[in-house]
Design a binder for this molecule. Structure first.
Ligand code: TXA
Ligand code: MG
Length: 350
Protein backbone atom coordinates (compact mmCIF):
# COMPACT_ATOMS: atom_id res chain seq x y z
CA UNK A 1 0.00 0.00 0.00
CA UNK A 2 1.02 3.61 -0.48
CA UNK A 3 2.18 5.38 2.67
CA UNK A 4 1.98 9.16 2.73
CA UNK A 5 4.78 10.73 4.74
CA UNK A 6 4.96 14.23 6.20
CA UNK A 7 7.50 15.74 8.56
CA UNK A 8 6.02 18.53 10.64
CA UNK A 9 8.45 21.21 11.69
CA UNK A 10 5.95 23.94 12.42
CA UNK A 11 2.50 22.89 13.52
CA UNK A 12 0.81 26.21 12.73
CA UNK A 13 2.17 26.38 9.19
CA UNK A 14 1.71 22.70 8.40
CA UNK A 15 -1.68 22.07 9.96
CA UNK A 16 -2.95 20.67 6.64
CA UNK A 17 -0.93 17.51 7.16
CA UNK A 18 -2.56 16.94 10.53
CA UNK A 19 -6.01 17.56 9.04
CA UNK A 20 -5.25 14.96 6.40
CA UNK A 21 -3.98 12.45 8.95
CA UNK A 22 -7.03 13.03 11.15
CA UNK A 23 -9.24 12.26 8.12
CA UNK A 24 -7.34 8.98 7.72
CA UNK A 25 -8.07 8.09 11.36
CA UNK A 26 -11.76 9.04 10.98
CA UNK A 27 -11.98 6.87 7.87
CA UNK A 28 -10.62 3.81 9.65
CA UNK A 29 -7.01 4.06 8.46
CA UNK A 30 -3.65 3.88 10.24
CA UNK A 31 -1.32 6.78 11.12
CA UNK A 32 2.10 6.62 12.76
CA UNK A 33 2.91 9.70 14.86
CA UNK A 34 5.44 11.01 17.38
CA UNK A 35 4.97 10.87 21.14
CA UNK A 36 7.36 11.84 23.92
CA UNK A 37 8.08 8.19 24.78
CA UNK A 38 8.41 6.45 21.39
CA UNK A 39 6.57 6.79 18.06
CA UNK A 40 3.12 5.21 17.97
CA UNK A 41 1.05 3.51 15.27
CA UNK A 42 -2.51 4.74 15.65
CA UNK A 43 -6.05 3.95 14.57
CA UNK A 44 -9.53 4.81 15.86
CA UNK A 45 -9.70 2.91 19.17
CA UNK A 46 -13.50 2.62 18.89
CA UNK A 47 -13.45 1.00 15.44
CA UNK A 48 -12.69 -2.73 15.54
CA UNK A 49 -11.86 -2.93 11.82
CA UNK A 50 -9.42 -0.03 12.09
CA UNK A 51 -7.73 -1.56 15.11
CA UNK A 52 -7.26 -4.87 13.31
CA UNK A 53 -5.13 -3.05 10.73
CA UNK A 54 -2.62 -2.14 13.45
CA UNK A 55 -2.14 -5.81 14.35
CA UNK A 56 -1.61 -6.71 10.69
CA UNK A 57 0.83 -3.85 10.01
CA UNK A 58 3.01 -4.73 13.02
CA UNK A 59 2.65 -8.50 12.87
CA UNK A 60 1.44 -8.21 16.47
CA UNK A 61 0.05 -11.19 18.40
CA UNK A 62 -3.75 -10.89 18.79
CA UNK A 63 -3.64 -11.36 22.56
CA UNK A 64 -1.62 -8.21 23.15
CA UNK A 65 -3.92 -5.29 24.08
CA UNK A 66 -3.43 -1.71 22.87
CA UNK A 67 -3.11 1.50 24.86
CA UNK A 68 -5.63 4.20 23.97
CA UNK A 69 -4.39 7.78 23.69
CA UNK A 70 -6.56 10.70 24.74
CA UNK A 71 -6.15 14.48 24.61
CA UNK A 72 -7.75 15.36 27.95
CA UNK A 73 -8.42 14.04 31.45
CA UNK A 74 -12.09 13.52 30.65
CA UNK A 75 -11.98 9.75 30.31
CA UNK A 76 -15.30 8.70 31.86
CA UNK A 77 -16.69 7.88 28.41
CA UNK A 78 -14.20 5.01 28.19
CA UNK A 79 -13.78 3.64 31.71
CA UNK A 80 -16.24 2.36 34.32
CA UNK A 81 -14.64 3.78 37.40
CA UNK A 82 -12.05 6.45 38.09
CA UNK A 83 -10.58 5.81 41.53
CA UNK A 84 -9.28 8.79 43.48
CA UNK A 85 -5.67 7.79 42.88
CA UNK A 86 -6.28 7.83 39.12
CA UNK A 87 -7.46 11.45 39.37
CA UNK A 88 -4.36 12.36 41.36
CA UNK A 89 -1.99 10.60 38.98
CA UNK A 90 -3.63 12.23 35.95
CA UNK A 91 -3.28 15.66 37.62
CA UNK A 92 0.36 15.08 38.36
CA UNK A 93 1.63 13.17 35.31
CA UNK A 94 -0.67 13.90 32.35
CA UNK A 95 0.19 14.70 29.70
CA UNK A 96 3.14 12.38 30.17
CA UNK A 97 4.62 8.87 30.12
CA UNK A 98 2.11 7.17 32.42
CA UNK A 99 -0.51 4.66 31.25
CA UNK A 100 -3.36 3.84 33.65
CA UNK A 101 -5.07 0.47 33.56
CA UNK A 102 -8.75 0.85 34.44
CA UNK A 103 -11.97 -1.11 33.91
CA UNK A 104 -13.20 -0.44 30.40
CA UNK A 105 -16.66 0.48 29.18
CA UNK A 106 -18.38 -1.46 26.40
CA UNK A 107 -17.65 1.33 23.90
CA UNK A 108 -14.08 -0.02 23.71
CA UNK A 109 -14.18 -2.99 21.32
CA UNK A 110 -12.63 -6.28 22.34
CA UNK A 111 -10.13 -5.99 19.48
CA UNK A 112 -8.58 -2.96 21.22
CA UNK A 113 -8.39 -4.56 24.66
CA UNK A 114 -7.57 -8.06 23.37
CA UNK A 115 -10.64 -9.41 25.18
CA UNK A 116 -9.59 -8.02 28.56
CA UNK A 117 -12.11 -6.23 30.81
CA UNK A 118 -9.56 -3.46 31.34
CA UNK A 119 -7.99 -0.80 29.15
CA UNK A 120 -4.69 1.08 29.22
CA UNK A 121 -5.16 4.81 28.74
CA UNK A 122 -2.69 7.67 28.46
CA UNK A 123 -2.42 11.32 27.43
CA UNK A 124 0.86 11.79 25.54
CA UNK A 125 2.98 14.89 26.05
CA UNK A 126 3.52 15.79 22.42
CA UNK A 127 1.76 18.59 20.53
CA UNK A 128 1.43 16.70 17.26
CA UNK A 129 -0.03 13.66 19.01
CA UNK A 130 -2.49 15.76 21.03
CA UNK A 131 -3.61 17.76 17.97
CA UNK A 132 -4.06 14.57 15.96
CA UNK A 133 -6.25 13.07 18.68
CA UNK A 134 -8.32 16.27 18.99
CA UNK A 135 -8.80 16.63 15.25
CA UNK A 136 -9.74 12.95 14.90
CA UNK A 137 -12.40 13.34 17.58
CA UNK A 138 -11.81 9.80 18.89
CA UNK A 139 -9.31 8.13 21.22
CA UNK A 140 -6.39 6.70 19.24
CA UNK A 141 -5.25 3.16 19.98
CA UNK A 142 -1.49 3.03 19.47
CA UNK A 143 1.22 0.51 20.16
CA UNK A 144 4.83 1.45 19.49
CA UNK A 145 5.37 1.99 15.74
CA UNK A 146 7.80 -0.89 15.16
CA UNK A 147 7.43 -4.28 13.57
CA UNK A 148 6.56 -6.56 16.51
CA UNK A 149 9.65 -7.62 18.46
CA UNK A 150 11.98 -4.91 17.17
CA UNK A 151 13.22 -1.96 19.25
CA UNK A 152 10.64 0.86 19.37
CA UNK A 153 11.33 3.78 17.00
CA UNK A 154 12.28 7.11 18.53
CA UNK A 155 12.32 9.14 15.31
CA UNK A 156 10.50 9.35 11.98
CA UNK A 157 13.23 7.60 9.97
CA UNK A 158 13.03 4.45 12.10
CA UNK A 159 9.26 4.51 11.77
CA UNK A 160 9.54 4.68 7.99
CA UNK A 161 12.08 1.87 8.04
CA UNK A 162 9.60 -0.48 9.71
CA UNK A 163 6.22 0.71 8.43
CA UNK A 164 6.60 2.21 4.94
CA UNK A 165 4.13 0.40 2.71
CA UNK A 166 2.26 -1.06 5.70
CA UNK A 167 0.32 1.96 6.99
CA UNK A 168 -1.63 4.85 5.44
CA UNK A 169 0.27 7.78 6.87
CA UNK A 170 3.47 8.52 8.77
CA UNK A 171 3.76 11.86 10.52
CA UNK A 172 7.19 12.89 11.73
CA UNK A 173 8.12 15.39 14.37
CA UNK A 174 10.87 15.79 16.89
CA UNK A 175 12.74 12.82 18.32
CA UNK A 176 11.11 11.15 21.29
CA UNK A 177 12.41 12.76 24.43
CA UNK A 178 11.94 9.94 26.95
CA UNK A 179 13.08 7.12 24.65
CA UNK A 180 11.46 4.20 26.49
CA UNK A 181 7.74 3.39 26.53
CA UNK A 182 5.37 4.70 29.18
CA UNK A 183 5.15 3.33 32.68
CA UNK A 184 2.03 1.15 32.95
CA UNK A 185 0.30 1.08 36.31
CA UNK A 186 -2.64 -1.17 37.11
CA UNK A 187 -5.20 0.75 39.19
CA UNK A 188 -7.80 -2.03 39.19
CA UNK A 189 -5.88 -3.48 42.13
CA UNK A 190 -4.87 -1.96 45.46
CA UNK A 191 -2.01 -1.29 46.02
CA UNK A 192 -1.24 -0.16 42.44
CA UNK A 193 0.99 -2.51 40.49
CA UNK A 194 3.52 -1.38 37.88
CA UNK A 195 3.21 -3.71 34.91
CA UNK A 196 5.93 -2.04 32.86
CA UNK A 197 8.59 0.36 34.22
CA UNK A 198 9.09 3.62 32.32
CA UNK A 199 9.68 7.33 32.61
CA UNK A 200 7.42 7.72 35.65
CA UNK A 201 9.38 5.80 38.26
CA UNK A 202 8.38 3.56 41.16
CA UNK A 203 9.61 6.21 43.58
CA UNK A 204 7.36 8.84 41.95
CA UNK A 205 4.32 6.56 42.21
CA UNK A 206 5.08 5.64 45.80
CA UNK A 207 4.55 9.29 46.71
CA UNK A 208 0.89 8.71 45.86
CA UNK A 209 0.62 5.24 47.37
CA UNK A 210 3.43 3.94 49.53
CA UNK A 211 2.42 0.38 48.66
CA UNK A 212 2.92 0.74 44.88
CA UNK A 213 5.17 -2.07 43.63
CA UNK A 214 6.56 -3.56 40.44
CA UNK A 215 5.02 -6.79 39.06
CA UNK A 216 7.37 -9.48 40.39
CA UNK A 217 7.29 -11.44 37.15
CA UNK A 218 8.99 -8.68 35.21
CA UNK A 219 11.84 -8.36 37.71
CA UNK A 220 12.78 -12.02 37.21
CA UNK A 221 15.76 -12.65 34.99
CA UNK A 222 14.41 -15.78 33.38
CA UNK A 223 11.49 -16.85 31.22
CA UNK A 224 11.29 -20.21 33.03
CA UNK A 225 9.05 -19.25 35.88
CA UNK A 226 5.54 -19.88 37.11
CA UNK A 227 5.08 -16.13 37.49
CA UNK A 228 3.67 -14.70 34.28
CA UNK A 229 3.78 -10.95 33.64
CA UNK A 230 0.40 -9.27 34.12
CA UNK A 231 0.84 -7.15 30.97
CA UNK A 232 0.43 -9.62 28.09
CA UNK A 233 3.04 -7.83 25.98
CA UNK A 234 5.76 -8.20 28.61
CA UNK A 235 6.06 -11.93 28.04
CA UNK A 236 7.32 -11.66 24.48
CA UNK A 237 10.93 -11.42 23.38
CA UNK A 238 11.18 -7.80 22.59
CA UNK A 239 13.34 -4.82 21.76
CA UNK A 240 15.53 -7.25 19.91
CA UNK A 241 17.90 -6.16 17.16
CA UNK A 242 19.09 -8.75 14.65
CA UNK A 243 22.45 -9.04 16.38
CA UNK A 244 22.91 -11.13 19.50
CA UNK A 245 22.90 -8.92 22.60
CA UNK A 246 24.81 -9.66 25.82
CA UNK A 247 24.77 -7.47 28.93
CA UNK A 248 27.77 -7.22 31.25
CA UNK A 249 26.94 -6.16 34.79
CA UNK A 250 29.05 -5.22 37.79
CA UNK A 251 31.51 -2.68 39.03
CA UNK A 252 32.55 -0.28 36.27
CA UNK A 253 36.20 -1.30 36.10
CA UNK A 254 35.45 -5.03 36.02
CA UNK A 255 32.74 -4.50 33.43
CA UNK A 256 35.15 -2.71 31.10
CA UNK A 257 37.87 -5.37 31.53
CA UNK A 258 35.42 -8.18 30.85
CA UNK A 259 34.09 -6.49 27.72
CA UNK A 260 37.62 -5.90 26.37
CA UNK A 261 38.37 -9.60 26.88
CA UNK A 262 35.16 -10.66 25.19
CA UNK A 263 35.90 -8.41 22.21
CA UNK A 264 39.23 -10.21 21.72
CA UNK A 265 37.56 -13.61 21.86
CA UNK A 266 34.86 -12.67 19.39
CA UNK A 267 37.47 -11.23 17.07
CA UNK A 268 39.37 -14.50 17.12
CA UNK A 269 36.13 -16.10 15.93
CA UNK A 270 35.86 -13.50 13.15
CA UNK A 271 32.69 -11.98 14.57
CA UNK A 272 31.92 -8.28 14.30
CA UNK A 273 31.26 -6.68 17.68
CA UNK A 274 29.55 -3.44 18.75
CA UNK A 275 29.75 -2.01 22.25
CA UNK A 276 27.12 0.03 24.06
CA UNK A 277 29.11 2.16 26.44
CA UNK A 278 28.96 5.45 28.32
CA UNK A 279 30.88 8.72 28.16
CA UNK A 280 32.87 7.54 31.17
CA UNK A 281 34.05 4.32 29.49
CA UNK A 282 33.89 4.76 25.71
CA UNK A 283 37.58 5.61 25.23
CA UNK A 284 38.65 2.41 26.93
CA UNK A 285 37.57 0.29 23.99
CA UNK A 286 40.01 0.38 21.07
CA UNK A 287 39.54 -0.66 17.45
CA UNK A 288 35.92 -1.67 17.88
CA UNK A 289 32.60 0.02 17.11
CA UNK A 290 31.44 1.89 20.21
CA UNK A 291 28.25 3.85 20.81
CA UNK A 292 28.08 5.92 23.96
CA UNK A 293 24.56 6.42 25.29
CA UNK A 294 25.71 9.40 27.34
CA UNK A 295 26.89 9.89 30.88
CA UNK A 296 26.13 7.36 33.63
CA UNK A 297 25.29 10.40 35.74
CA UNK A 298 22.33 11.12 33.48
CA UNK A 299 20.09 8.08 33.08
CA UNK A 300 17.49 10.15 31.20
CA UNK A 301 20.03 10.62 28.45
CA UNK A 302 20.83 6.89 28.46
CA UNK A 303 17.13 6.03 28.08
CA UNK A 304 16.76 8.49 25.20
CA UNK A 305 19.47 6.84 23.07
CA UNK A 306 19.06 3.17 23.98
CA UNK A 307 16.73 1.92 21.22
CA UNK A 308 18.46 3.97 18.55
CA UNK A 309 21.81 2.40 19.48
CA UNK A 310 20.40 -1.12 19.02
CA UNK A 311 19.08 -0.19 15.58
CA UNK A 312 22.30 1.61 14.63
CA UNK A 313 24.33 -1.53 15.32
CA UNK A 314 22.00 -3.52 13.07
CA UNK A 315 22.71 -0.99 10.30
CA UNK A 316 26.42 -1.61 10.80
CA UNK A 317 25.80 -5.35 10.51
CA UNK A 318 27.46 -6.38 13.77
CA UNK A 319 27.05 -9.99 14.93
CA UNK A 320 27.19 -9.30 18.65
CA UNK A 321 26.31 -6.26 20.78
CA UNK A 322 27.97 -6.10 24.19
CA UNK A 323 26.26 -3.64 26.49
CA UNK A 324 27.32 -2.27 29.82
CA UNK A 325 24.62 -2.54 32.50
CA UNK A 326 23.09 0.43 34.31
CA UNK A 327 22.09 1.20 37.85
CA UNK A 328 18.63 -0.17 38.59
CA UNK A 329 17.02 2.81 40.22
CA UNK A 330 14.73 5.53 38.89
CA UNK A 331 14.44 5.28 35.11
CA UNK A 332 17.38 2.85 35.28
CA UNK A 333 14.84 0.12 36.09
CA UNK A 334 13.14 0.76 32.73
CA UNK A 335 16.48 0.89 30.89
CA UNK A 336 17.58 -2.43 32.36
CA UNK A 337 14.16 -4.00 31.75
CA UNK A 338 14.47 -3.23 28.01
CA UNK A 339 18.11 -4.33 27.87
CA UNK A 340 17.37 -7.60 29.67
CA UNK A 341 14.62 -8.37 27.19
CA UNK A 342 16.82 -7.38 24.25
CA UNK A 343 19.47 -9.87 25.42
CA UNK A 344 16.99 -12.57 26.38
CA UNK A 345 18.45 -12.48 29.95
CA UNK A 346 21.96 -13.23 28.69
CA UNK A 347 23.54 -11.26 31.54
CA UNK A 348 27.12 -11.77 32.63
CA UNK A 349 27.82 -10.72 36.22
CA UNK A 350 31.39 -9.71 36.95
O1 TXA B 1 4.79 4.86 25.58
C1 TXA B 1 3.93 4.06 25.19
O2 TXA B 1 3.16 3.49 25.98
C2 TXA B 1 3.86 3.79 23.68
C3 TXA B 1 3.41 5.08 22.99
C4 TXA B 1 3.13 4.89 21.54
O3 TXA B 1 2.31 5.60 23.67
N1 TXA B 1 2.98 2.69 23.42
C5 TXA B 1 3.31 1.41 23.69
O4 TXA B 1 2.38 0.47 23.31
O5 TXA B 1 4.36 1.09 24.22
P1 TXA B 1 2.71 -1.09 23.14
O6 TXA B 1 1.50 -1.66 22.53
O7 TXA B 1 3.99 -1.23 22.42
O8 TXA B 1 2.82 -1.62 24.59
C6 TXA B 1 1.65 -1.73 25.37
C7 TXA B 1 1.87 -2.65 26.53
C8 TXA B 1 1.89 -4.10 26.14
O9 TXA B 1 2.86 -4.77 26.90
C9 TXA B 1 0.49 -4.57 26.53
O10 TXA B 1 0.43 -5.94 26.83
C10 TXA B 1 0.23 -3.72 27.76
O11 TXA B 1 0.77 -2.48 27.41
N2 TXA B 1 -1.23 -3.50 28.00
C11 TXA B 1 -2.09 -2.82 27.22
N3 TXA B 1 -3.34 -2.87 27.73
C12 TXA B 1 -3.27 -3.60 28.87
C13 TXA B 1 -4.21 -4.03 29.85
N4 TXA B 1 -5.50 -3.72 29.76
N5 TXA B 1 -3.77 -4.80 30.87
C14 TXA B 1 -2.46 -5.13 30.98
N6 TXA B 1 -1.51 -4.74 30.08
C15 TXA B 1 -1.91 -4.00 29.04
MG1 MG C 1 5.80 -2.04 21.82
Amino acid sequence: MYTKKAYIENLELQEDFLNEAAEVIKNGGTVAFPTETVYGLGANALDDEAVKKIFVAKGRPQDNPLIIHVASREIDEYVEEIPEIAEKLMDKFWPGPLTLILKKKAIIPKETSANLETIGIRMPNNKIALELIKKSGVPIAAPSANISGRPSPTDMERCVEDLDGRVDYIIGGEKSDVGVESTIVDLTVDPPCILRPGGVTLEMLQEFHSGAYIDKAILLETTNSDFKPKAPGMKYRHYAPKAKVRVIRGNKEKMVEKIIKMVHNYRDDNLKVGIIATDETKDRYKDVDVISLGSRENLDEIARSLFESLRAFDDKGVDVILSEAFEESGIGIAIMNRLKKACGFDIIDV
